[in-house]
Design a protein around this ligand. Structure first.
Ligand code: ADP
Ligand code: MG
Length: 531
């Protein structure tokens, strides 16, 4: 058969671009997965990263590795944003989601090689992902108190030593419980809990204070250093008269004029202080400065003042006390005033700290360590622990760790695929195979033979159920509930969703390039014969 020249050329181009796009994208994904796979699990190794300024970071965290890497490939960037989304939404499971995405693409490429069209692969992957989510709910359990702790411990495994993990778990759970009923978005646990590194103790002395501890000293030492409670106003601005200062530089011609200005300035400040006194305010916190002239006025009014706050701290202070952040003291109303329950000052390691307590849920984590490097490590561990604890307290579903969950899903999906029609079956099996990348990599990183371990794990699950996983420390196939190796349900759920969506969006690019061939699979053998 002879076709017209241009048609052949066009068709060939489409086919080749379609396939080579998938090959190229899959390679990029696999390369990126290769960069993080050795960090997975408690026996994962650390990566040493050096940035352009020669700064060195040593990390065991997949998302840190990826976000620090300079990557240009669009698919690689898609994977990085998938792992960033995983970090934002679940605070854990970032390496897992990247490994899973890359493996889904690898298997999609295999399927396309034997002639399965991307549209069918995408359908099969969607069906598999939905069924997998149903299974997650099926096998998940509600964590007991001990299991909550064990699950947070699993998150920290391989990142910090057991003693530090214990301390971080305790203080993170304490903070998480205080936030359990609060409204807010993905970042709430970061917004509400201030983190301060302190050099006055060892890591084990770290604590969460229900209240705020800020490196601050009151404006005027003649005002009281402490108080058993009272009324607070918060101003996002200063207690100054900025306009007058500007005018003054231009217009001052005689001392009389100067005196006039000083008088007017004092009058303006005194009006502001009177507005506060009228509402019985005795504690004032302002974001910017406080004019020198205001200090005696405040003192006379019985108001203790603090200045120069970071915006985030003002927000926390507002939550803690119920005070509204206002712009201008002159316009303060009764509803803007908040209540604090105590205030004190203490000199720690030569720096004054003020502590304020109230009834709102704002806290300070005092993260201690004897060296700066130790304090950094404690801070990172706390961040991980609190991120997971906060979400886990709200949604205490847990799953077997140690590859147990993924092994179960793979086994279940293989059986389930036979209930589905045609070529989608193959895609569901491809999805099942991809999930096994997790137990396989955990085994590899523990120095075990991945194929033996997958077979043994599958066999152990066949007789003892989905909660059997691989304990990477002992090499045993054990009940993960007894071993205390648990993954949070929300982490596994997001990793599945994120990886499936990322893989599908790469396949869709490929699908566009194939589009003028209709939904059938291309006939590669024909093309080779034509030549
Ligand atoms: P991620 O970035 O995906 O969270 P991690 O390096 O934190 O990667 O590894 C998480 C995986 O390690 C989870 O699958 C978890 O079940 C597993 N894991 C944690 N502790 C153990 C353990 N003692 N034995 C086996 N697997 C473990
Ligand atoms: Mg983790």
């Amino acid at each position: 058969m002879v076709e017209s020249e241009p048609d052949v050329a066009l068709e060939d181009t489409d086919r080749i671009e379609g396939r080579s796009a998938l090959v190229n994208n899959t390679n990029a994904a696999l390369a990126l997965a290769g960069a993080v796979r050795s960090t997975l699990g408690p026996r994962g190794s650390d990566k040493m990263l050096v940035d352009e300024n020669g700064e060195v970071i040593v990390t065991n965290d997949g998302v840190t590795v990826l976000e620090t890497a300079k990557v240009e490939h669009p698919t690689a960037n898609l994977l990085i944003s998938t792992s960033s989304a995983q970090d934002r939404i679940a605070r854990d499971g970032t390496t897992t989601s990247v490994l899973l995405t890359a493996e889904l693409l690898r298997n999609a490429l295999e399927l396309s090689r034997i002639g399965v069209h991307p549209t069918l692969i995408m359908n099969g992957y969607r069906i598999a992902a939905e069924e997998a989510q149903r299974q997650l709910d099926e096998i998940s359990r509600t964590a007991s108190e001990d299991q909550l702790r064990a699950t947070i411990g699993t998150t920290l495994a391989g990142k910090v030593d057991t003693a530090l993990a214990e301390t971080m778990t305790t203080i993170a759970l304490d903070a998480a419980r205080a936030l359990a009923d609060e409204d807010g978005g993905d970042d709430l646990e970061r917004v509400r809990v201030k983190r301060t590194q302190m050099a006055d103790g060892a890591a084990a002395d770290s604590e969460v204070v229900h209240g705020l501890v800020l490196r601050k000293q009151r404006l005027d030492f003649a005002t009281p250093a402490s108080s058993g409670g009272g009324r607070i106003a918060i101003i996002d601005g200063g207690l100054e008269t900025r306009e007058l200062k500007l005018d003054a530089q231009i217009e001052i011609r005689s001392t009389g004029v100067l005196a006039g200005f000083a008088e007017r300035k004092r009058a303006k400040l005194s009006a502001q202080v009177e507005a506060l006194t009228a509402l019985d305010v005795d504690l004032l916190c302002v974001r910017d400065g406080i004019a020198d002239e205001a200090a005696p006025l405040l003192k006379a009014a019985g108001i203790t003042a603090y200045r120069r706050f970071e915006r985030d701290d003002l927000e926390r202070l507002s939550v803690l006390t119920g005070a509204r952040i206002i712009r201008d003291a002159n316009r303060i109303t009764a509803e803007d005033v908040g209540a604090y329950t105590s205030r004190s000052e203490e000199k720690i390691e030569n720096t004054w700290h003020m502590r304020i307590d109230g009834n709102g849920a704002a806290m300070t984590a005092l993260l201690r360590g004897t060296t700066p490097a130790m304090r950094e490590e404690v801070s990172r561990a706390f961040d991980d622990a609190l991120g997971v604890a906060f979400r886990l307290v709200r949604e205490p579903g847990i799953l077997p760790g140690g590859g147990g969950t993924q092994t179960h899903l793979a086994r279940h999906l293989r059986a389930y695929s036979t209930t589905q029609k045609g070529r989608e079956q193959l895609a569901i099996e491809g999805f099942a195979d991809a999930l096994e990348v997790i137990p396989r990599t955990l085994a590899e990183n523990a120095g075990l033979d991945p194929i033996d371990e997958i077979l043994a794990l599958s066999a152990a699950q066949a007789s003892n159920g989905a909660w059997i996983g691989l304990d990477a420390m002992s090499g045993e196939k054990a009940d993960m509930a007894e071993a205390g190796i648990n993954d949070p349900l929300f982490v596994a759920r997001q990793a599945l969703t994120g990886a499936t969506e990322a893989a599908i969006s790469v396949l869709r690019i490929d699908d566009v390039l194939w589009s003028n061939q209709g939904p059938q699979t291309p006939d590669w053998s024909n093309q080779i014969d034509d030549d």
